[in-house]
Design a protein around this ligand. Structure first.
Ligand SMILES: C[C@](O)(CO)[C@H](O)COP(=O)(O)OP(=O)(O)OC[C@H]1O[C@@H](n2ccc(N)nc2=O)[C@H](O)[C@@H]1O
Ligand SMILES: Nc1ncnc2c1ncn2[C@@H]1O[C@H](COP(=O)(O)OP(=O)(O)OP(=O)(O)O)[C@@H](O)[C@H]1O
Length: 274
């Protein structure tokens, strides 16, 4: 079975409190970004163990630490009838970019195994496996816009009309560790609660929708502010860091395509419609 794990963007991200277990409570909106890896899951050939083939962007770490292999192993622990699997991941979405690429790979591996081997797991059951793999992971099970709270893995419906919104993503090639990014944050309540702020026209978001990681990371990585400024200069109605960075996106409502941007190719500009 071939699947295409997509990235995500965060529209606003407030880190509201530090929990006793060291994690943080969040208020953020996740939206799918149609920029994908490719992940194939097949039963392994007879007598062969579970394996992972990799192509595309290099992923640090041994194959058995890869999130899609860990996702499959999690299911195998509860479903001993699952055979060894042959996985292949073609990595496109940059790592450590705030785009949730690894989390998406894990969630799509769970969904593919459920379908291919007829496990009949409900959406809720898949989400609860996903939560065990990473805070961002559960979002990718349903993979539609949601307001997320708690660790970013408890969801409320939100109605957002982003149809016909052009988007550009700029990745400055910095791998920002999520742990390091959280360590720089002083949690506080959002100045403008996200549900109400996102209900207003996109043009107002610049003054009311923020990502706490942007403020925390910009002094160390001034390139993030420079990219954001250039997106606004190119006419974006809204621009922001996604997640804990380092990808920065711009939105152009009512436009078929974001304008051509002049960053070098290694900055991986993705342009498309949300
Ligand atoms: C920044 C975001 O991308 C926003 O969507 C996510 O919060 C990150 O989620 P993620 O990459 O799935 O994170 P995990 O793999 O679960 O956790 C990595 C590390 O991030 C920190 N972490 C993560 C999520 C959270 N709600 N609070 C945290 O403090 C913890 O130090 C944790 O050890
Ligand atoms: N399939 C995978 N894709 C990406 N990273 C993976 C994967 N499996 C394991 N990892 C490990 O996870 C870490 C990347 O996690 P990180 O959270 O920084 O990036 P991400 O999941 O791509 O996106 P985000 O920054 O939004 O969380 C790396 O250390 C990498 O080795």
């Amino acid at each position: 079975m071939l699947t295409f794990p997509n990235a995500k963007l965060n529209l606003g991200l407030y880190v509201t409190a530090r929990r006793p277990d060291g994690f943080h409570t969040l208020e953020t909106v996740f939206v799918p970004l149609p920029w994908t890896d490719a992940l194939e899951l097949l039963p392994a050939a007879p007598g062969q163990p579970t394996s992972l083939g990799l192509s595309g962007r290099p992923i640090p770490g041994a194959p058995d630490t890869n999130l899609c292999v860990r996702a499959y192993a999690l299911l195998q622990a509860d479903f001993p009838q699952l055979p060894p699997a042959q996985l292949h991941l073609h990595k496109v979405v940059p790592i450590g970019a705030g785009l949730g690429g690894g989390s998406a790979d894990a969630a799509f591996a769970l969904k593919a195994a459920n379908e291919l081997f007829g496990l009949q797991l409900s959406t809720e059951a898949l989400e609860s496996y996903a939560r065990r793999l990473g805070a961002d992971c559960a979002f990718f099970i349903q993979n539609k816009p949601v307001l997320a709270r708690e660790k970013g893995d408890v969801f409320e419906k939100i109605s957002l009309d982003l149809a016909g919104t052009a988007c550009a993503v700029v990745y400055p090639g910095l791998h920002i560790s999520t742990v390091e990014a959280y360590a720089r944050i002083v949690p506080q309540a959002p100045a403008h609660p996200l549900r109400a702020a996102l209900g207003a026209p996109i043009e107002t978001w610049r003054d009311t929708v923020a990502n706490d990681f942007e403020t925390a990371l910009t002094p160390t990585y001034p390139v993030l502010a420079a990219i954001k400024q250039q997106l606004y200069a190119a006419g974006a109605a809204y621009a922001s860091l996604s997640g804990s960075g380092s990808a920065v996106y711009g939105l152009w409502p009512g436009q078929f395509e974001a304008p051509a941007l002049s960053w070098p190719a290694e900055y991986l500009v993705w342009r498309g419609q949300l």
